[in-house]
Design a protein around this ligand. Structure first.
Ligand SMILES: N[C@H](CCC[C@H](N)C(=O)O)C(=O)O
Length: 297
């Protein structure tokens, strides 16, 4: 099958964007893995698919936004991808609006192209209830921390690390996140523990593992080992999850600059159950391409 695609990146988190507003390609997980493969395919952390709204949401939203990780798994939300999605539909003339309503598996988000060339996205509200994450805290030691809890998450022994526990905050931005505070992101054991956290049995749908260094009340450094993709240069929902967990613990102010390995994001949240989280950052097109997609990759 011959397909066209657009390669994009937001703070170094990179994407293959597919336009299915005309007709659906009918791709399977193996096709998404092929497209994401950095040796045999195009290479990306996630594959983003643009669709017209389903009939049930006609008039309510402008587009539907489907997200697949590099491992082929479909997921609920992708923040950096949401900025690139908004950039894509505007630049391709699929809309003349600079603020759009986008349906995702996690609900409706609202990206807005800003005059400085960045994109601000209303990412909705954080979800803290374990069932909404989903997270199973059964048997875990916990301690209250400000307005939230930290949980002592056990990690198994590996060849390079003994069995130990890490204190995490569990929160959903539509997708699940386990955020821990570290003294230094540069020296954080992302390679050693990221996959152990991702596959913890306490997260039945796996989880994104965030490592947050608090520099000041309005500044953090962040690394994320992403579910289904491994460590990425930036994670938009991970930045939201880290900042709201810091705010809920009383450690951060309501507007935080997040330094990731791939670029800078700004996250704003006024706190409490009634306020949405806003993420601002870059969204850039790298190249356009086309390829013959194997039927059985
Ligand atoms: N790996 C994530 C999806 C992509 C999130 C990330 N790229 C972002 O910018 O939010 C998950 O499985 O929940």
């Amino acid at each position: 099958m011959h397909i066209r695609f657009t390669k994009m990146q937001g703070a170094g988190n990179d994407f293959v964007v597919l336009d299915e507003t005309g007709s659906e390609l009918g791709l399977q997980a193996a096709h998404y893995r092929y497209l994401a493969d950095r040796h045999f395919g195009v290479g990306a952390d996630q594959i983003l698919t643009v669709r017209k709204p389903p009939a049930a949401h006609a008039g309510e939203v402008d587009f539907e936004y489907i997200i697949h990780n590099a491992d082929g798994s479909e997921v609920e939300q992708c923040g950096n991808g949401a900025r690139c999605f908004a950039r894509y539909v505007y630049d391709k003339g699929l809309t003349d609006q600079t603020t759009i309503r986008v349906l995702t598996r996690a609900g409706i988000i609202t990206p807005r192209l800003t005059p400085d060339g960045r994109v601000t996205v209303n990412m909705g509200k954080p979800r803290w209830q374990p069932a909404d994450i989903p997270f199973d805290p059964a048997g875990l030691e916990s301690e209250s921390s400000g307005q939230t809890h930290r949980w002592s998450l056990p990690l198994p022994a590996t060849a390079s690390t003994p069995a130990h526990s890490v204190w995490i905050v569990a929160v959903s931005m539509g997708n699940p996140h386990a955020v821990q505070q570290v003294a230094s992101v540069e020296h954080a054991p992302v390679a050693q523990t990221g996959a152990l956290i991702e596959h913890s049995p306490h997260f039945p749908q796996r989880v994104n593992a965030g490592y947050m260094e608090i520099v000041a009340r309005d500044q953090i450094r962040l690394r994320v080992y992403e579910r289904g993709a491994g460590e990425t240069l930036a994670c938009g929902t991970g930045a939201c999850a880290a900042v709201v967990s810091g705010i809920a613990q009383g450690l951060l102010d309501s507007r935080v600059n997040v330094a990731t390995r791939g670029g800078r994001l700004t996250i704003e949240w006024a706190g409490g159950a009634q306020h949405d989280v806003f993420m601002t950052g870059p969204a850039d097109t790298v190249f356009e391409g086309h390829l013959e997609l194997p039927d059985e990759p």
